[in-house]
Design a protein around this ligand. Structure first.
Ligand code: SF4
Ligand code: SF4
Length: 99
């Protein structure tokens, strides 16, 4: 039981944006962590060369700004993106980059 609890424990995420690295502690909004580090979330896009279509980002995006077929490169609709940065914390491949 103890092991399972440990496995589920959320971990901090380290994000690099425009050369600035900041840490997002568990339970903290990406935007808040960025602001604390003096970083403003810029307009974002998906790098199609890196994106594997895992869809982790689409589940994290509360405005539905990210779309794409599974296993295909995704894209961000700028008109729906509120620059919350949550997708940055979910993409393990670093496919989401400044636009
Ligand atoms: S920054 Fe926020 S709103 Fe924009 S695509 Fe990422 S998760 Fe969606
Ligand atoms: S989390 Fe990253 S690799 Fe996965 S679909 Fe989103 S942008 Fe692509």
């Amino acid at each position: 039981m103890e092991r399972m609890a440990e496995a589920k424990k959320p971990k901090e995420v380290v994000i690099t944006l425009n050369g600035v690295q900041f840490v997002v502690p568990p339970g903290t909004k990406v935007k808040d962590a960025a602001a604390a580090a003096g970083v403003e979330i810029p307009p974002l896009k998906v790098d199609p060369e890196k994106c594997k279509g895992c869809q982790m980002c689409t589940k994290a995006c509360e405005t539905g700004a990210i779309s794409g077929e599974k296993k295909e490169p995704h894209s961000i609709d700028q008109s729906l993106c509120i620059r919350c940065g949550e997708c940055l914390a979910k993409c393990k491949l670093g496919s989401i980059v400044p636009a």
